[in-house]
Ligand binder design. Structure first.
Ligand code: 3HC
Length: 325
């Protein structure tokens, strides 16, 4: 609750406070929970970190679907470890959000009611084992592209959570690429499965970087506050430039007939995703939106007894401590 206490000490449009705050941002001095910050900075951080945390938690569902179906014990163990990592990433991020004066329960309620977003990519189904490879390779690959710069974000707790998370994301991406390699170099049926997974996950992965810069609502302000270090289109371009050679190495074809190396730009020209599909998925009309929120609501309801037991135990301990004093 630090952030709310500090805010009451100074009015929000105090020019001196705003100038001092921006000078700290420009000097790359981290903003910590007890520092004064503009209300808009606090709010947009709660929005972004909360949605980031929700993405980690909901992101476990598409992969969790394949833990019992993994083709070998080794693959099952790797996938279990990855899904467990994602839960931990969610917890780091909820902890970072709590330093801004919002409770985890409040963020959870906003997720469960559909008021708060999570990454659109998790509203697509994982239909085959090759999809688990494509999720690791493309989705975690895109997440790394987006999260590595976030290690330098201006808000201290978010930056430190990102440093920890990025270390584990690299393993996630490598294990996914390894699955794609095995499939692409396997039987003809496995190669077709890998190509089908690339076809279905390519454009939804490009959407992970957010709408085009022209459509981005938060980029300008969030870059001025160094919450965001690069624009959506910059990171999308970097992701394409890095991933196309990997697809070629696998002997797979990126599903974009406009994909071509542009010598002058020093990068690939590529087709934009279907933004009407993106905004439709954000509105709740993706293939798995309903299923994902139902699963999270069921998990919340099924876990009520654990929360009640823990709260009752804590209450009993508090009562015993008070009685002993
Ligand atoms: N899915 C859902 N919503 C999205 C989105 C996506 N892929 N991309 C953008 N949006 C939303 C934004 O949240 C915003 O809506 P809001 O005002 O209701 O919050 C709106 O679309 C406009 O987008 P902007 O570009 O203006 O928004 P941002 O400046 O916040 O940029 C972002 C979007 C690049 C996703 C940025 O929020 C960000 O970098 N977030 C942190 C990283 C993150 O959340 N990654 C999600 C994946 S995590 C993951 O994959 C885990 C891995 O382990 C599997």
């Amino acid at each position: 609750m630090y952030a709310q206490m500090i805010q009451s000490e100074a009015s929000q449009d105090d020019p001196q406070k705003l100038a001092e705050f921006q000078a700290r941002i420009d000097a790359d001095i981290k903003i910590e929970p007890r520092d004064w910050m503009p209300e808009g900075y606090r709010k947009t951080l709660i929005r972004q970190i909360g949605q980031h945390a929700h993405s980690e938690i909901v992101g476990q569902l598409p992969e969790g679907n394949w833990i019992t179906r993994a083709p070998t014990l080794e693959r099952k163990m790797i996938l279990l470890a990855k899904v467990q990592d994602e839960a931990g990433h969610g917890l780091y991020l909820y902890c970072a959000a709590e330093t801004l004066g919002v409770s985890r329960d409040d963020l959870t309620e906003q997720l469960l009611s559909g008021k708060m977003k999570y990454s659109s990519i998790f509203n697509y189904p994982t239909l085959t084992w090759a999809d688990i490879g494509a999720v690791g390779w493309l989705v975690d690959g895109a997440a790394i592209m987006n999260q590595v710069p976030l290690q330098r974000t201006s808000y201290g707790p978010y930056s430190r959570a990102m440093i920890r998370i990025c270390k584990e994301e690299s393993f996630h991406q490598r294990q996914g690429f390894d699955i794609m390699m095995k499939m692409a170099q396997g039987t003809e049926a496995q190669r077709r499965m890998a190509q089908d997974a690339l076809n279905r996950f390519w454009y939804p992965s490009l959407m992970m970087f957010g709408p085009s810069d022209a459509e981005s609502v938060h980029s300008t302000q969030n870059m001025a506050w160094k919450i965001k270090m690069n624009t959506n289109d910059e990171l999308r371009q970097k992701f394409v430039d890095q991933t196309v050679p990997q697809a070629e190495f696998l002997g797979l074809t990126v599903p974009d007939e406009n994909l071509a190396w542009n010598e002058e730009k020093g990068g690939y020209d590529f087709s934009e995703p279907d933004w009407s599909e993106f905004f439709d998925v954000l509105k709740g009309n993706g293939p798995c939106n309903t299923e994902r929120l139902e699963a999270r609501n069921k998990a919340w309801d099924d876990g009520a007894w654990v929360r009640e037991g823990l709260l009752a135990h804590a209450e009993k301990k508090r009562a015993r401590k008070t009685a002993a004093e």
